[in-house]
Each structure stands twice: as structure tokens, then as C-alpha cells.
Design a protein around this ligand. Structure first.
Ligand code: ADP
Ligand code: MG
Length: 898
């Protein structure tokens, strides 16, 4: 706390920095950007409502009373900086204490009045001789720079006696040592780091104010720049000052150096020092507000591109003014430069005017003499205006300058009482919009003119083309017209000429015609008659034609049906022809046989008529004729002849012929043997003579059908006893010719009827061979098969009745039943009759009944008993059926009344 409360006269009673405020609070309020948050909130509420123009009335620099509700209160902040003793001072003031004592922790400065008395002053910041340039920037300037970037105006100003470090604090470039960089350089660094070079702009003016004349340090020729004030907004601008756009730090440094060089040149020219002039650096920061724009467009989601391009961008324009004031010392004190009093007055006019204004503002005076100097006019926004202002007062330690130091401190104290109303400098950028639209308009006009020109050229071209075409068409038309005209004229002349000729001729003929007219009328009548006759004839002809046409159609139709009919007939005819051919073949065969037989008969008769004993026939034919049974001869005669044969030829001789080389001889020999064998009494003799063996040998090896046939007809028992059935079976299996098959089947059928051979026949596969032949399908073969089956059944039945056979029929055993059932009602009567008989025979034995029922033979039996054409068979079937308990039981079971 202040040691001397009574001396504590720094006006802090009027602001927030009361004695009760803690150091921490105060430090915070200086270091940070105290109103930044508040400003931001405020700025939102100001959007739209504020046109970005200052509302404080003109002359508000002195109008501390003219508070604007829309602004944010922002007192001028003041820091005091003590320069370290210079080398010279260290020597000169070696025996003296500093005139000031700093208490930075309390933000107090004690000013020694004499050895025993001090005055204590409180500042926003107290910077000792050890304070670094960085720290000075951060506490004095940085909050202001941030405000400028946010769209407020800001001022950083240094006030103090010459040589106390104003320029050191503000303008050091720090080229040798970056730690030395002053506020200006650091401020620009922060600004460039924060802005976007695409959408924002930073531009700079650099000026010097000397003896109320404003000079452009960036353009030395421009040495009387006028200040323009907007009476409505109170905004101050320097339209004549050079404005240089800054894009990087280096170019800015170069610019500063250039300005400094110009300042030095100007001061040399004017015979002054920089300490006598004020230097002003103005930094314009213009930023477009993108976030706001986006929010706006999303509210009107359907806004078109054109609408967007027509909407001006919202921009924030902050202006930072850095003022390096002239030395605050009284001129008369240092007035060794030989200035006149006028000059001295003029030099300090601005500074004294500033002091007066600050005083007025500090005391809330009604009148603030802003217009008294150019400096106060330039700084009207910095004191009592809308800017955030930070003042650094510089003092030296030397007690020799206590007076100047005191006045500097008093200036700072008064400045601390000045209240500003910070306002956001936000406005719609109509200018750049207008520029943009101008460019667009220019482009459109250019485009339009280009199109217009092209259009006109096109029109001209089309016009020329069309005219050419028209003139050509006209020419063509005229030519054509002329040609046509000439042609018609010619035609016309020719017609006239022809007519004249005709006329002449007619005139000539007229005389003759007059006579002919009468006869002509008659002729005409005749012709008419002829014509009508002709017409009716034509009609009749037409009718005739139609008639013929329909007839033709009918004919075509009938022809088609006739065609199909004829096809059918042709097929029938072919069938007939085939059958006829077959019959003819059979007939010729029969005829041949007949011829042979009659020949043989004649031969035999002749031989018998002629014949005497002891004569051995020389050739075989005669032999055969001898042994051949005579067709017309009686049985006795035949038997006699065969007996003769044995006697005449000898059996041995006949049998040896069976092994002859010549096939024909063999065949005839077989025939002879067969004939001989027909006589039962001869059979034993043939067998004894080994004839059967030879015969069977021949039968086995020969491929000749005739031999097979003959062998098949040869005595069965003999053949059977010598394994003939096996041969027959083989023959049956191999032969394909129906004739042979019929013979073989016949032979087997004969054997089937032989009681003695039943078992042997069956044992050697005779029944199976018989059944195998049905596949041939020839009715004659089938008839023989049926006969064989019937024979077998009959013998079997007989044997069963005699008791010599037990068990079921061998026919059933060998699988004949299905075929029997299948053919029991065959269309061919020989087949049917045999099978019907076979069925009856089988049915007579109960042992077969079950198989017959399951095989379906019962129904055949029933049918036979009812439908058979032969009465004896019908009766047999009926009797058989009624005498079988098994059949009757089955019929009852099936509820069939029989
Ligand atoms: P002014 O601009 O107020 O006339 P200057 O900035 O020219 O004063 O400073 C005068 C001299 O004092 C210069 O040589 C400068 O380097 C030196 N000086 C000023 N302030 C400091 C400081 N804080 N530390 C060291 N030297 C300083
Ligand atoms: Mg200086």
C-alpha cells in the first residue's frame, strides 16, 4: 500500500484500480485482453445493427460525457517504463540515487521529491529497467493488436522526454538481436500470423508530423497531407497518404527502413531532429467475416449463386496507430538549436494540445480542444473515442531530469483517467461488391458487343448470300421462260400448220363425204349391233371361264383324294404281288416235286414191268426209284419192292452211299435209308448194319437242308435212341428257314406222341427246343409246335391215368404254360385245336390245377368248354372242369357260377 495515503493522488479513485484492488487483479487486467470476451459477445449483438460506423459525436475526443450505449467501456491503459542508466549517467550520477523507485509487484512508482519525501503513483503496469522488449510488447501492445485483429481501432503511443527510450520501445527493428525487436515489429508479426492473405488485407501508412505539417514518410514529395474527417462518423482518414499493402514481414521491415531513411533526410533538410517530430505508423487490417456469411446463407437455404454474388461481404476494419511522440521536454530547456519562439511554439503545439485534451478528458470537461492541433485531430479516436488505447510513458533514472520525469508521470496519470468506448468496425463491403459487379458488367458488355458484332456480320453474310441466290434464280427463271416461250411458239406454229392441212383435207373430203353420209349411218347401226353381240358373247365367255375355274378347283380336290386312294391301292397291290410271288414259288416247287414224282413213278413202273432178279442197277437214280414208295401203288406193292431192294442191292451198299463224296449221292442215300426205315421190320436191320450211326453222323456234319429234312422224317425211335433229339434240338436252334423248322418241329411233334419216349425226349431238351421254335412265328411251324404239345400232353395224361407217371406235367415244368395260354385262342384253327386239346389233357390231373390257375389257363378251359367249335372238345373241357375240385373251388372263390 502507499506509504503516504495523502500523496496518493493519481486519480485512480475514478477507475477500477482502487487501492483495494489486489495486484493480481490489476496485472490480469493489464496483461490479458480484459474486455475481449465482453467485446466478442457485444460484437455479436452489434452485428447488423451497427453499420460499423462510429456513433460518437464529432468532438467526442473531449466528450467523455458522450457515452455511447453500443460501445464497451475501455479505459486508456498506461504503463511506465524506466530506462536503465546510460554509461554517461552512470558516471555523472554515480553519487546520486535514481529519482524514481519502482515497485513492479505493486505496480507503483515512487518519485523522490527530496531525500525524505516521495510521491507514490500507481500505473497499469510498471516496467523496470530490466523489463525485456518481449514483456513490454506483451503487456503494452499485444492486447491492442488482438483487438485490432478483431475489428477495433487501437492505439499504442509512447510519451516521454527525449532519450528515455520511446523509439527504443516502439521502433527497434532488432536486426542484430531479435530480442531487441520493438513493439512495431512484433505487432506486425502477430498481425501477419493471424490474417489470411487470401481474404484479408494489411496495409500501412507511415507519416511524420512536424510543425503542424504532415509528411508522408513513404513518399517524401508528399509533404502536406490533409486530414479528412467524416462529420457523421467522426472517422479520420488521410486520403493523400501512401498506403502500402503488406504481405510479409520482410517487406514490412524494408518499408520501415525506407520510412526511417526518408525521415532522416527530411529532418536534415528541415534542420531538425527526429525528437522534434511525431512519427505515426498506421496499420489497416481489413478482414472478411466468413462465418457470418455462411450462417446467413444457410438461413436462406434457397439463395441462388447470383444472390450470393450480389451480397456484399461483411468486413471488419481495424486500424492500429503507433505513435512515437516528439520529446516531451520543454523546448526552452533544450533550446540550444536556435529556433525562434514561434518555431518552438509550433513544434510543441501538437504535444501541448494533446496534454490539454487529455486533461479535459480526464476531468470530464465539457470542451475538449481536439481541433487545436493536427495531432489531436489525428488521435481523436484514440482518446475519448472508440479505440483501445495503450500508452507507455518512458522515463529516465537521472535526478537531473526530475522535473521532466515528474511532468511525464503526471501526463500518464491523467491519461489513465480517459475512458474510451470500444466499437467494432464492421461494415458491408459495398465498395468491393461494386467493383466486382463493375467487372462483371464490363465483361457482360464486352461479351454483348462481341455477340452483337458477330450477329451483324452473320446478317450481312446471309443478306449477301440471299441476294446472290435471288439474282441467280432470276437469271435461271428468265432463261427457262425464254426457252419455254420459244418451244410453245414452235408447237403453236406446227399445230396451226397441221390444222390448216387438215382443214384443207377435210374441205377436200367434204365433197366426197356428203355422198357417203347416208350409207355411213347405216354402217354405224350395223356396227352397233355387232358390238352388242360381241359384248354378250364376251359375257358368256366370261361365265364359261368362271364355270371352268370352279370345275377345275373341284377336280383338283378330287384328284387329291384320288391320289391318296391310289396310294392305298398301290400298297395293296404290292402286298398282293408279294403274296402272288410267294404262291408262285410254292406252286413251281410243288410242280417240280410232282414232275419228279411222276418221273420216278414212270421209272419204277417201267422197271417193274421190265425187271428180273440178279440184275444190280448201275445208277443210283434207278436205285432210288426202286426204293421210293410209289405214289399210286398199293401198300403191298411197296412193301414188296423194298423187300426186293434189300435182296437186290444189299443194305451195306446202300449205307455206304451215305458216306459218298458227292452231296447229291448222299442226299439220295438218306432218302433211301429213310424210306427203308419207314418199314418197321427194316429198322432193326439198318441199325444192325450201322446205318443209323452213319445217318446221324451225316446229320450232325451236313449243312444241307434236305438231309436235315429227311433225317427229321426218319424213324424217330431209332434216331432217339442214338441221340437224335439232341441233333434235332441243335437244328431247331440254328435253323432259320421256316421250311426246315417246320420239318424239325414236325419230327419233334411226332416224337412227342410216342409214349415210350416221353422222358427221354424231355430229358434231351426236346420240349424246350419245340418252344424255342415259336419265335419263328410262321403259322406252319407254330401248328407243329402246338401239335407236339398236344401229343405230349395226351401221352402224359395217359401215363398218369395208368399210374406210371406222378407229379406235375413236364410241359409245365419246362415253362410251356404261358405259350399255351397265350395261343389257346389263336386265330389259326390248327394251332387253336391242338392247344385246346392240350389244355384239356393237362386239366385232367389235379396235380396241374394250381399252376393252371396261376398261369391263367382256367379261363381258357372255361372258354373252351363254352365256345369251342368242336363239340367233342367242348364236352371234354366241361367234364374236366367239373370233375376238378381245385378248379371248382377257385370258381366259387371268385363267385363265378359255373
Ligand atoms: P527517445 O526515442 O525517447 O529519444 P531513444 O529510444 O532514442 O530515446 O533512447 C535513447 C538511448 O537510450 C538510446 O541509445 C537507446 O538505445 C537507449 N535506451 C533507451 N531505452 C533503453 C532500454 N530500456 N534499455 C537499454 N537502452 C535503452
Ligand atoms: Mg526517439
Amino acid at each position: 500500500m502507499a506509504s503516504g495515503g495523502a500523496n496518493y493522488r493519481n486519480g485512480t479513485q475514478r477507475n477500477s484500480l482502487k487501492g483495494t484492488t489486489t495486484a493480481t487483479d490489476r496485472q490480469l487486467s493489464m496483461n490479458s485482453n480484459p474486455s475481449k470476451a465482453a467485446l466478442k459477445n457485444k460484437s455479436l449483438s452489434l452485428v447488423g445493427a451497427s453499420s460499423g460506423l462510429r456513433k460518437s459525436s464529432p468532438g467526442s475526443l473531449g466528450g467523455g460525457t458522450a457515452k455511447d450505449d453500443a460501445g464497451v467501456p475501455g479505459r486508456v491503459r498506461v504503463a511506465v517504463r524506466l530506462r536503465p542508466r546510460s554509461a554517461e549517467e552512470s558516471v555523472a550520477d554515480a553519487d546520486f540515487a535514481d529519482c524514481v523507485e519502482l515497485q513492479p509487484e505493486f505496480k507503483r512508482l515512487k518519485l523522490r521529491k527530496n531525500n525524505w519525501d516521495t510521491d507514490t503513483y500507481e500505473f497499469d503496469e510498471v516496467l523496470t529497467e530490466f523489463a525485456s522488449q518481449k514483456r513490454v510488447y506483451e503487456v503494452v501492445a499485444k492486447p491492442v493488436v488482438e483487438s485490432v485483429l478483431d475489428g477495433y481501432n487501437g492505439t499504442v503511443m509512447a510519451y516521454g522526454q527525449t532519450g528515455t527510450g520511446k523509439t527504443y520501445t516502439l521502433g527497434r527493428l532488432g536486426e542484430e538481436d531479435t530480442a531487441d525487436r520493438g513493439i512495431i515489429v512484433r505487432a506486425m508479426e502477430d498481425i501477419l500470423a493471424d490474417v489470411s492473405l487470401e481474404s484479408d488485407s494489411v496495409s500501412v501508412s507511415y507519416l511524420q508530423l512536424y510543425m503542424e505539417s504532415l509528411q508522408d514518410l513513404l513518399d517524401p514529395t508528399n509533404d502536406n497531407i490533409s486530414i479528412v474527417e467524416d462529420p457523421k462518423s467522426g472517422d479520420v482518414s488521410l486520403p493523400g497518404a501512401t498506403l502500402v499493402e503488406i504481405r510479409d514481414q520482410q517487406s514490412f521491415l524494408e518499408l520501415l527502413q525506407l520510412g526511417e531513411a526518408h525521415r532522416y533526410a527530411a529532418n536534415t533538410r528541415l534542420n531538425t531532429e527526429s525528437s522534434r517530430s511525431h512519427a505515426l505508423l498506421m496499420v489497416h487490417v481489413k478482414r472478411s467475416v466468413k462465418g457470418r456469411e455462411l450462417a446467413h446463407s444457410s438461413q436462406n437455404g434457397n439463395s441462388t449463386n447470383i444472390a450470393k454474388s450480389l451480397r456484399p461481404t461483411l468486413v471488419r476494419k481495424g486500424k492500429l496507430v503507433v505513435v512515437d511522440l516528439a520529446g516531451s521536454e520543454r523546448i526552452d530547456k533544450s533550446g540550444s538549436e536556435g529556433h525562434t519562439l514561434e518555431e518552438a511554439k509550433s513544434i510543441n503545439l501538437s504535444l501541448s494540445a494533446l496534454g490539454k485534451c487529455i486533461n479535459a478528458l480526464a476531468e470530464n470537461s465539457a470542451h475538449v480542444p481536439v481541433r487545436d492541433s493536427k495531432l489531436t485531430r489525428l488521435l481523436r479516436d484514440s482518446f475519448g473515442g472508440t479505440a483501445r488505447t495503450s500508452l507507455v510513458i518512458t522515463i529516465g533514472p537521472s535526478p537531473r531530469h526530475r522535473g521532466e520525469t515528474t511532468s511525464t508521470i503526471m501526463f500518464g496519470q491523467r491519461a489513465m483517467k480517459v475512458e474510451n468506448m470500444l466499437k467494432l468496425k464492421e461494415e458491408f463491403d459495398y465498395k468491393s461488391l461494386a467493383r466486382k459487379l463493375d467487372i462483371q458488367l464490363d465483361k457482360l458488355i464486352m461479351e454483348h458487343e462481341r455477340k452483337q458484332k458477330a450477329f451483324e456480320e452473320e446478317i450481312e453474310r446471309i443478306t449477301t448470300d440471299t441476294q446472290n441466290q435471288i439474282s441467280e434464280a432470276e437469271r435461271n427463271y428468265a432463261d427457262a421462260m425464254e426457252k419455254e416461250r420459244l418451244k410453245y411458239q414452235k408447237d403453236y406454229m406446227e399445230s396451226i400448220k397441221k390444222l390448216e392441212e387438215k382443214w384443207m383435207m377435210n374441205q377436200h373430203k367434204l365433197g366426197e363425204r356428203k355422198d357417203q353420209t347416208a350409207s355411213t349411218a347405216q354402217e354405224v347401226a350395223e356396227l352397233k349391233k355387232l358390238l352388242s353381240k360381241e359384248t354378250s358373247l364376251r359375257k358368256a365367255a366370261e361365265e364359261e371361264v368362271n364355270n371352268l375355274k370352279s370345275q377345275l378347283a373341284q377336280l383338283k380336290m378330287s384328284e387329291a383324294s384320288a391320289n391318296s386312294e391310289s396310294l392305298k391301292l398301290r400298297k395293296m397291290l404290292e402286298d398282293e404281288a408279294y403274296r402272288k410271288e410267294k404262291l408262285e414259288g410254292e406252286i413251281s416247287m410243288l410242280q417240280t416235286q410232282l414232275l419228279q414224282l411222276s418221273f420216278e413213278a414212270d421209272e419204277t413202273r417201267r422197271r417193274l414191268d421190265r425187271g428180273g432178279p440178279g440184275k444190280v442197277p448201275g445208277d443210283l437214280d434207278s436205285l432210288i426209284s426202286q426204293v421210293r414208295p410209289q405214289v399210286n401203288d398199293s401198300v403191298n406193292e411197296e412193301k414188296a419192292s423194298i423187300a426186293n431192294l434189300f435182296e437186290q442191292v444189299g443194305l451195306q451198299k446202300i449205307l455206304s452211299l451215305l458216306e459218298a463224296e458227292d452231296a447229291d449221292v448222299r442226299i439220295h442215300a438218306v432218302k433211301v435209308v429213310a424210306n427203308l426205315a419207314a418199314e418197321e421190320s427194316n429198322q432193326q436191320k439198318i441199325v444192325e448194319a450201322g446205318g443209323l450211326t452213319s445217318l446221324l453222323l451225316l446229320l450232325g456234319s451236313s449243312e444241307d437242308e434236305m438231309i436235315h429234312r429227311v433225317a427229321a422224317e426218319t424213324n424217330q425211335e431209332l434216331i432217339m435212341s442214338e441221340g437224335g433229339i439232341r441233333l434235332l434240338s441243335i437244328t431247331a436252334a440254328n435253323a432259320e428257314d421256316p421250311q426246315t423248322l417246320r420239318m424239325v418241329a414236325g419230327a419233334i411233334a411226332n416224337l412227342c406222341g410216342n409214349d415210350k419216349l416221353q422222358n427221354k425226349l424231355r430229358g434231351e431238351g426236346g420240349i424246350k427246343a419245340l418252344l424255342g421254335m415259336v419265335k419263328c412265328g410262321h403259322p406252319d411251324v407254330l401248328a407243329q409246335v402246338a401239335r407236339g404239345i398236344a401229343n405230349f400232353a395226351k401221352c402224359e395224361s395217359r401215363a398218369s391215368a395208368q399210374g406210371s407217371k406222378t407229379g406235375r406235367s413236364l410241359l409245365i415244368e419246362d415253362g410251356a404254360l404261358p405259350w399255351i395260354v397265350q395261343n389257346a385262342n389263336n386265330d389259326a384253327s390248327p394251332i387253336r385245336r391242338h392247344i385246346e386239346l392240350a389244355v384239356c389233357h393237362l386239366a385232367q390231373h389235379e396235380v396241374n390245377a394250381r399252376d393252371m390257375i396261376t398261369g391263367g389257363a382256367l379261363w381258357e378251359l372255361v372258354r373252351i368248354s363254352q365256345d369251342c367249335s368242336r363239340e367233342d372238345i367242348r364236352t371234354l373241357a366241361h367234364r374236366t372242369l367239373t370233375s376238378s375240385p381245385t378248379f371248382l373251388a377257385e370258381l366259387r372263390r371268385l363267385r363265378i357260377d359255373y
